[in-house]
Write a protein that binds this ligand. Sequence first.
Ligand code: FE
Length: 204
Amino acid sequence: MTGHHDHDHGGQEIPSATALRVKALESLLVEKGLVDPAALDAIIDSYENKVGPRHGARVVARAWTDPAYKARLLADGSNAIAEVGFPGSQRAHVAVVENTPSLHNLVVCTLCSCYPSSVLGLPPVWYKSSAYRSRAVIDPRGVLRDFGLTLDEGVAVRVWDSTAELRYLVLPERPAGTEGMDEDALTALVSRDAMIGTAKVATP
Ligand code: FE
């Protein structure tokens, strides 16, 4: 690996050779009646919104309930994530950044679409859009407002620019009212967007 662009750029305007081959294969399978495009969409939706982000949510919930784990996670994200047992988590380094009452973290890849796939699965379409990639840096508070998240003036916003070598995961604040919840119940609360930084974890 010698630079930022030595990886798959699913979000760029010009589709990669891999994307074109996948598209051609999908078209052929649909044409032959071998796959149902709606079923394919459901599978992709599952990876974007359910399977992938559940890994990250498990990591967050463990950090909320185990202070020693949280310390390891913030010190060395990749190894602490591997402790939870997700395959592929060693492929790219993941750094975990913690939200606090006075600091909110937001993750972007300004050049393309670098994303902590080992814990979040596939990136959402908006993450790869040029609008998000440029505005997240220029006007992060405006972007957050567009996502329905208005931060108090006293809260600092820090934007983290992911690369092929280092990707970021936000450790959101544990919401009030969850004191009695165990790791499984907490895992269910943590959304993908909260781990990108475009949302908070809502009080249940
Ligand atoms: Fe990228």
